[in-house]
Design a protein around this ligand. Structure first.
Ligand code: PGA
Ligand code: MG
Length: 252
C-alpha cells in the first residue's frame, strides 16, 4: 500500500486522512519536477548515453549508473558518462565534451520516448488538479528541446500551465530562480505553491525559494534517500498527493 509521511519538525509521522499537513493548507499551484517524478526517463537517457559512448569508441555504462548521474541537466550527464563517474574528470577536454554533448543531443532527440514511461497515477493527478483549478508548472533541469516534446508526447500538455526548463533562465535547480519565476508568473505567495520532486535539487530549490516541498521516494536522487534532504513530506506514489493537499484520495 502506498505510504506518505509528513515532517512535523523533529519527527516524521505517518500521515492519515484526518491529519492534513498545515503546510499544504492553501495551495493554488503545484510545481512538478519532470525526470524521476512524472517521467521515468532514465532508460532513454541511458540509451542515448551509450550510443554516444559507442560512437566515441568508449565502453558503455549501465542503466543504474546513468540513473545515478541524472539531475543536473544534459551537459553534466554527458560529462559524467565520459568520466564514467559521478565526479567529472578534470582531464576531459572542452573539445571532447562538446563533441559528446552534440552526439548525445542527436541520439536523445531520436530516442526521446522509446522506453520512457509515466509513473503511476500521473495523468489522474494532473487531471484532478486541473478540475480543482490548481495551476501546474513543470520545473525541470532538462533542456526545452527535449522537455517540451516529452510533455506533449506523454499527454501532459493540456494540464501544464507553465514549463520552466534548465535552459530557460540563468540558473537551474537547486537555485530558487525557476520556482520564484513560477510564483511571479502565477501571481502567488510562497506558501501557495508546493514543489514535488525526486531529487535533493528539488528540495534545496524549494527551501531556498521558501516554498513547501514534497519528496518522492522513487526516481533518481543520486541513489540517496530523499528523506535525508528533509522535505516537508515524503510520498512513495504520486497518487498520494491529492490526499496531502486535502483533496479526494486517488489511492487506498
Ligand atoms: O535533466 C536532468 O538532469 C534532470 O531533470 P529534472 O530536473 O526533470 O529531474
Ligand atoms: Mg528529477
Amino acid at each position: 500500500m502506498p505510504k506518505s509521511s509528513v515532517n512535523s519538525g523533529k519527527n516524521s509521522a505517518l500521515l492519515t486522512s484526518s491529519m492534513k499537513a498545515p503546510k499544504f493548507a492553501d495551495i493554488h499551484a503545484v510545481a512538478f519536477d519532470l525526470d524521476g517524478t512524472l517521467l521515468d526517463s532514465a532508460p532513454d537517457l541511458a540509451f542515448a548515453v551509450n550510443q554516444t559512448l559507442l560512437a566515441l569508441g568508449k565502453p558503455t555504462v549501465s542503466l543504474p549508473q546513468v540513473a545515478g548521474w541524472i539531475g543536473n541537466g544534459i551537459e553534466v550527464l554527458v560529462k559524467r558518462a565520459l568520466s564514467d563517474s559521478f565526479d567529472i574528470c578534470s582531464r576531459l577536454s572542452q573539445q571532447e565534451c562538446q563533441t559528446a554533448i552534440a552526439l548525445f543531443k542527436e541520439h536523445y532527440a531520436d530516442a526521446l520516448h522509446g522506453y520512457s514511461k509515466l509513473y503511476p497515477n500521473v495523468l489522474d493527478v494532473l487531471s484532478q488538479l486541473k478540475e480543482a483549478d490548481i495551476k501546474v508548472a513543470v520545473v525541470t533541469n532538462k533542456a526545452r528541446q527535449f522537455a517540451q516534446p516529452l510533455v506533449e508526447q506523454f499527454g501532459m500538455s493540456a494540464f501544464v500551465d507553465l514549463l520552466v526548463c534548465g535552459d530557460c533562465l540563468p540558473e537551474k535547480k537547486p537555485s530558487p530562480l525557476p520556482l520564484t519565476h513560477c510564483l511571479q508568473q502565477f501571481g502567488l505567495l510562497n506558501a501557495q505553491m508546493v514543489m514535488v520532486g525526486d531529487s535533493r535539487n528539488d528540495i534545496q530549490a524549494a527551501k531556498a525559494a521558501s516554498i513547501p516541498v514534497i519528496g518522492l521516494t522513487y526516481g533518481y536522487n543520486y541513489g540517496e534517500d530523499i528523506a535525508l534532504s528533509s522535505p516537508d513530506a515524503v510520498i512513495d506514489d504520486l497518487g498520494m498527493l491529492p490526499d496531502l493537499l486535502g483533496m479526494r484520495s486517488l489511492v487506498a
